[in-house]
Design a binder for this molecule. Structure first.
Ligand code: NAD
Ligand code: UDP
Length: 309
């Protein structure tokens, strides 16, 4: 049994991770400032004797005696991370420094939730970990992309310079229950719009692509990466199935039914045109690959959103 700190633990991915770690018999300290997360995401864990919930902002230092740290604190949807871009950058950079400092003192293994956004608008397709990316350093997505890139740099330098035991995962678009219905990400937007009988908002012409991973597959990957000694990462995790936003909208409409029509809105600045993970490394080193198809995952997500919208 380990004592494990999860920053951003009251968010979408964090709440699933806390649940999984408790289920595996560990003690979990969940730290969150509730910017985009909610107490209700972990309300079902509050009575668990191994669970502790702390309101705290990772831009301020924190202390705990822990064996492992998963650093997930950071808004993930474009409207939320752009809401206060300076704070987003501070969260990534100072959050990484504080987690790494704590890991160094406790000799804990520390995990960074990085992102496919480190590849920017990729010129290489699909994206392997060896690709350095095509990121605009001064655009409206830069606070997130460059914040996450700086966090990766800090993780690698604490590892090289101080021997801190790190793991870095580059997460591709992931969806599932407990996504905030109003946070603006495409899967939750399309499902909630269809359930409410509203029009489906396609940004641009809808030919841009993304690869969507169901949350349970991703969390399995996190735990495998964290509990092996061979690779530190960065390592890609995502579902290599690639879909245009038009294809996604059609799937959602056909599953939910109803009368929603497609409406086309302007494409936000710097929106990547294509994205698909090369998961060769995760397959080789972790024997990991997604098991839940987009169709099955959408059915599960739709069931969840039916109960909340
Ligand atoms: P989320 O917004 O649901 O969760 C983020 C959590 O971090 C929230 O609970 C939020 O309140 C908390 N947080 C934000 N700023 C904080 C701060 N300064 N101090 C303390 N807590 C803070 O998003 P998510 O999808 O669960 O993403 C979790 C992590 O995974 C993020 O780091 C994100 O960048 C990364 N990621 C997610 C995806 C995805 O598709 N879901 C893809 C790539 C990377
Ligand atoms: N998108 C869309 N309609 C929406 C929300 C998003 O067409 O209502 C598009 C968005 O422009 C992007 C893709 O869907 O091309 C994925 O957007 P999301 O915000 O989910 O993730 P990210 O752009 O960070 O991959």
């Amino acid at each position: 049994m380990k004592r494990i700190l999860v920053t951003g633990g009251a968010g979408f991915l964090g709440s699933h991770l806390c649940e999984r770690l408790l289920h595996d018999g560990h003690e979990v300290i969940c730290l969150d400032n509730y910017f985009t997360g909610f107490k209700k995401n972990v309300a079902h864990l509050l009575d668990h004797p191994g669970f502790e919930l702390m309101r705290h902002d990772v831009t301020d230092p924190f202390k705990a005696e822990v064996d492992q740290i998963y650093n997930l604190a950071c808004p993930a949807s474009p409207p939320h991370y752009q809401y206060n871009a300076i704070k987003t950058m501070k969260t990534s950079v100072m959050g990484a420094i504080h987690c790494l400092g704590l890991a160094k003192r406790c000799k804990a293994r520390v995990f960074q939730a990085s992102t496919s956004e480190v590849y920017g608008d990729p010129a290489v397709h699909p994206q392997p970990e060896s690709y350095w990316g095509n990121v605009n350093p001064i655009g409206i997505r830069s606070c997130y992309d460059e914040g996450k890139r700086a966090a990766e740099t800090l993780f690698m330098d604490y590892h090289r310079q101080n021997g801190v035991d790190i793991r870095i995962v580059r997460i591709f678009n992931t969806y599932g229950p407990r996504m905030n219905p109003d946070d603006g990400r495409v899967v939750s937007n399309f499902i909630c719009q269809a359930l409410r009988g509203e029009d489906i908002t396609i940004y641009g012409d809808g030919t841009q692509t993304r690869s969507f991973c169901y949350v349970d597959d991703l969390i399995e990957g996190f735990v495998r990466l964290m509990n092996q000694d061979q690779v530190t990462g960065p390592i890609n995790m995502g579902n290599p199935g690639e879909f245009t936003m038009l294809e996604l909208a059609e799937k959602v409409i056909s599953k939910v039914g109803g009368s929603s029509k497609l409406v086309f809105e302007p494409l936000p600045g710097d929106d990547p045109k294509q994205r698909k993970p090369d998961i060769t490394l995760a397959k080789q080193h972790l024997d990991w690959e997604p098991t839940i198809s987009l169709d099955d995952g959408l059915d599960r997500a739709i069931d969840y959103f039916r109960s909340v919208v």
